[in-house]
Design a protein around this ligand. Structure first.
Ligand code: UDP
Ligand code: MN
Length: 300
């Protein structure tokens, strides 16, 4: 009984001492003019996330080099990112514009953490760490592979290669034209869209490197031939601004999604089956044109 009373007494005394100490601490804190805080409060800033969108077909060797390279390049800049390989799996000629449109649509619907995208050639590796892949300045796209830096294209209105654009601006411009099957000109048409939308083109300045050492263009033209054939009325149609096609009417089926891991870096591969309206753009297959023409010649 006596033992129980002693334990109770010690308990009461301990509680009193602890309460006293705590209140003394609190009073001192108030005397210092401060409030009682457990942790210093740091405002949490949300960083914008970049989606690297790679229009792609049969360039696996280049992809093996590109993915680890771009990942460490962006990590060094603290740019949050995700890599999307938009893999064309239909039988038509390559269509860079439609692949980027399709990739963008998929990103919007399934990966809504992305705030801006880079349309990125798989064979263009940034070498100069001063090339800034952060969110583009307001009202502008950021043309990373600018004419004064790109290894091959130096005309003033060039916007191909690598271009950063916000989600909102890409939607406002209705993406890229879907009419460009085969190599080239879809980027020049996109330049006209930028001008019309009054979106500025920011380009890297004050770099110590030039056309020879800012990028590595991993492209052997003997192995990777550019598909420059023009058939039907392709030449006439693709020289003009296209007001009918774009992001809103890109026609495709997403066949499959894969997660691809290269040297520990993960990327998402979207297998895209593009549809071609052969009345509007018969040049999505030039082989049919030459077969037809040969037949006609034979008949004649
Ligand atoms: N591309 C591809 N497969 C092709 C054609 C093009 O993957 O059959 C992609 C690839 O990302 C490439 C980009 O489209 O970097 C631009 O094509 P290309 O390199 O032929 O154009 P360049 O800028 O060298 O004239
Ligand atoms: Mn190339």
């Amino acid at each position: 009984m006596l033992f129980k009373a002693k334990v109770l007494l010690i308990g009461i005394i301990l509680t009193l001492v602890i309460t006293l100490l705590l209140s003394l601490l609190y009073v001192r804190e108030l005397e210092n003019g401060g409030s009682v805080q457990l942790k210093e409060q740091v405002p949490i800033l949300k960083s914008n996330k970049l989606g690297i969108v790679i229009p792609f077909r049969e360039r696996f060797d280049e992809l093996l080099e590109f993915i680890p390279h771009i990942h460490s390049f962006l990590e060094n800049q603290n740019v949050l990112h995700e890599i999307f390989v938009i893999n064309q799996v239909d039988q038509y000629r390559f269509n860079r514009g439609s692949l980027i449109n399709a990739g963008f649509k998929e990103i919007i619907s399934s990966y809504n953490t992305i705030d801006y995208i880079a349309m990125h050639d798989v064979d263009l590796l940034p070498l100069n760490p001063a090339l800034d892949y952060h969110y583009p300045p307001s009202g502008h796209v950021n043309h990373i592979s600018a004419p004064h830096l790109h290894p091959r294209y130096h005309y003033a209105s060039f916007v191909g290669g690598i271009l950063l654009i916000t989600k909102e601006d890409f939607m406002q411009m209705n993406g890229l034209s879907n009419n460009y099957w085969g190599w080239g000109l879809e980027d020049d048409e996109f330049y006209l869209r930028l001008k019309e939308a009054k979106i500025g083109i920011h380009r890297p300045g004050n770099l110590t490197t030039g056309t020879l050492n800012t990028f590595r263009h991993n492209h052997d033209r003997a192995i990777r031939k550019r598909d420059m054939t023009k058939c039907y009325n392709q030449r006439e149609v693709t020289r003009k601004r296209d007001r009918h096609t774009g992001l809103h009417n890109v026609n495709y089926v997403l066949k499959k999604k894969h997660e691809l891991l290269i040297d520990g870096v993960s990327s998402i591969v979207l297998n895209i089956n593009l549809k071609c309206n052969k009345t509007l753009t018969p040049w999505c297959l030039c082989s049919e044109y030459s077969v037809k023409n040969t037949k006609n010649l034979k008949k004649e």
